[in-house]
Ligand binder design. Structure first.
Ligand SMILES: CCC1=C(C)/C(=C/C2=NC(=C\c3[nH]c(/C=C4\NC(=O)[C@H](C)[C@H]4CC)c(C)c3CCC(=O)O)/C(CCC(=O)O)=C2C)NC1=O
Length: 169
């Protein structure tokens, strides 16, 4: 698992270079957003249950067939599995936010996920949509906590949604 700093150092170490101007610029950008990232994790931690609940109900409002007979989230067990997956996405997105790097998402979330979903018939399209809804709900939580730097929230959610949508089996 890598963060913004370890991944930068790795890149420079491979070629035996000192940290040049580009490296220093990206380190500065990371540290300049550090406090905001930590605060982001704290807001997510304090509101995780309600964020997941809201995202789930918006998803099922938008795609009601998921929870009708024959839908993938139909039955209490599968409904609960769906919300649990949303909780995983939220928790790992909060790690990636603090790390300033999406590597944790590759290693802990995305690896093998499409294959698992395909074998269980979990539909990818609505799952991608659910990740976008999570992002929207998180951004609303941030705005209502008086937090202005909401732009940095996008990255881990967009990464998850994009990778899940595009990755070939
Ligand atoms: C931390 C990384 C991690 C992830 C991401 C993860 C996902 C994950 N989701 C699963 C199931 C599932 N995932 C869903 C999710 C959904 N169904 C829908 O219709 C919706 C679109 C969507 C919710 C948004 C459902 C319903 C199941 C159960 C499917 C089944 O057993 O039939 C399974 C199969 C095993 C199980 O049921 O626990 C895995 C591994 N597990 C992990 O360890």
């Amino acid at each position: 698992m890598r963060d913004a700093i370890t991944s930068l150092i790795k890149t420079y170490d491979i070629t035996g270079r000192y940290l040049d101007r580009d490296a220093v610029d990206s380190l500065k950008a990371y540290f300049a957003t550090g406090a905001a990232r930590v605060q982001a994790a704290s807001i997510i931690n304090g509101n995780a249950a309600s964020i997941v609940k809201q995202a789930g109900s918006r998803l099922f409002d938008e795609v009601p067939e998921l929870i009708r007979a024959g839908g993938n989230a139909y039955t209490t067990r599968r409904y609960a599995a769906c919300l649990r997956d949303l909780d995983y996405y939220l928790r790992y997105a909060s790690y990636a936010l603090v790390a300033g790097n999406t590597n944790v998402l590759d290693e802990r979330v995305l690896l093998g996920l499409r294959e698992t979903y395909n074998s269980l018939g979990v539909p990818i399209g609505p799952t991608v949509r659910s990740i976008q809804i999570l992002k929207e709900v998180v951004k609303e939580e941030f705005a209502s906590a008086g937090f202005s730097d909401v732009g940095l929230i996008d990255e881990p959610f967009e990464y998850l949604a994009r990778e899940l949508a595009e990755k070939n089996i």
